[in-house]
Design a protein around this ligand. Structure first.
Ligand SMILES: Cc1ncc(COP(=O)(O)O)c(C=O)c1O
Length: 419
């Protein structure tokens, strides 16, 4: 088989070795196709545009420009705008009972940059990095730049496979364990409290640093929050967060909470990389968060996504043939679908795209191959009518392909959660 396009050595441009091991973002490639307005897209991970408070942000921006424009347009410190860091610290205390001082919080260019900085600071070529299976594509891509050996840890409805985690962090311990306990991307599962505790019990006896990506922590449909791994392992966990899903992704604002020693290294890496995150954006976000009713805004987002998730689950229940299973998320933006064995998600993707519906095949979320019969569906971006229409078309395509590719499977009843 010829190597994938991005593994072909290029004689005219002697690219660094790290680029050869780094996959292109499959999502970004697909989004190029799916951005057309007539497409019903379940492929991306975009917040619903109607839930971005453009008016509130415009007011906050005008306020910043009028009251302190020149300072907001200056260079600034690498760590980030202190009142914004203080807001994050206060919110952790209020929401989760976490005691994280503002000086252990670094503002980044989206939470994606946290992963890059952590990779830069922690990973040497050949280091073992434990990652959920399936894993977040953005993390696979960015960590790949630092040439680790990935150790995939299986997931079930409750969280990571404990035996697999134990194996990976003992002996020659993994340097990092990258985890998304709340509404994991792509599977949509949320770790149970029991599994969080058990994971922490395994990890605390090791030198493995936990990277807890909490991009979806504020998007849990039920008001009660589960304990972050950071609560169980405060000194051993780098907790990342993002304003992308609760304010606006275009502002590119995220953060990482790190113990002082790690923080110092992250600040050096960030300084070398971009001096500081967009200061104007930080100032506008900070003013917005001081003045808007952010709890009411987040609650609107949660309610809307919860309704959209229900609508997609009902449509799946109604339309999917036997043999197809899916996860039932309690937050976030994604449902993970498992097709009958032997049914190719790539073929489903191409066929349903011809009907103007975009889905994301699961294959690129597996660092060790597999997942050929899996799909990720996003429910946050399309409204209820488009969700019902898109799922109906998807089910029709799956029924046709499944009966052709694996006729026996269409009779297998399996409406359980599928990973
Ligand atoms: C799990 C996870 N982490 C990090 C990110 C990056 O988000 P951002 O850089 O916009 O904060 C995303 C984006 O969708 C995500 O799903």
């Amino acid at each position: 088989m010829p190597p994938p396009e991005n593994l072909v050595p290029c004689r005219s441009h002697p690219f660094a070795r790290r680029m050869r091991a780094t996959p292109k973002s499959f999502i970004r490639e697909i989004l190029k196709v799916t951005e057309k307005p007539d497409i019903i897209s379940f492929a991306g991970g975009l917040p619903n545009p109607s839930l971005i408070d453009a008016e509130g942000l415009a007011e906050a921006a005008a306020d910043v420009f009028h009251s302190d424009g020149r300072s907001a347009l200056q260079y600034a410190t690498t760590e980030g705008y202190l009142p914004l860091r203080q807001f994050i610290a206060d919110r952790y205390r209020k929401r989760l009972g976490l005691d994280i001082p503002a000086d252990e919080i670094l503002i980044t260019n989206g939470s994606q940059q946290c992963l890059d900085l952590i990779g830069k600071v922690m990973i040497d070529p050949g280091d073992q990095v434990a990652i959920e299976r399936p894993g977040y594509l953005g993390a696979i891509q960015v960590f790949s730049l630092y040439e680790p050996v990935f150790a995939p840890i299986g997931l079930d409805a409750e969280g990571p496979d404990l035996a697999g985690l134990n194996r990976t962090v003992s002996g020659n311990p993994a340097k990092l364990f990258y985890a998304i306990p709340n509404s994991q991307n792509p599977s949509g599962i949320t770790y149970s409290e029991k599994r969080r505790k058990e994971c922490a019990g395994i990890l605390e006896k090791t030198g493995t640093l936990v990277v807890e990506d909490d991009a979806y922590g504020e998007l849990q449909f039920a008001p009660k929050s589960l304990s972050p791994l950071k609560k169980y392992l405060p000194g051993q966990t780098l907790l990342t967060g993002s304003f992308s899903k609760i304010v606006a992704p275009g502002m590119r604002l995220g953060w990482v909470c790190a113990p002082q020693l790690v923080m110092e290294q992250l600040v050096v890496a960030k300084q070398a990389s971009d001096l500081h995150s967009n200061y104007l954006s930080q100032r506008i976000a900070s003013r917005y968060l001081e003045t808007a009713d952010i709890d009411a805004h987040i609650s609107r987002i949660r309610n809307a996504y919860s309704a959209q998730a229900c609508c997609m689950l009902a449509a799946l229940e109604e339309a999917m043939p036997d043999g197809v299973s899916w996860t039932r998320p309690v937050g976030g933006m994604f449902i993970w679908v498992t097709l009958p064995p032997g049914c190719s998600a790539m073929e489903v993707f191409s066929s349903v795209l011809r009907e103007n519906v975009a889905v994301l095949p699961g294959l690129p979320f597996y660092v060790d191959g597999g997942g050929n019969n899996t799909l990720r569906l996003n429910f946050s971006n399309a409204g209820p009518e488009r969700i019902a229409e898109g799922i109906e078309k998807l089910a029709r395509v799956i029924r046709t392909l499944a009966s052709r590719q694996c006729p026996d499977c269409t009779n297998t009843s399996s409406r359980t959660m599928g990973l």
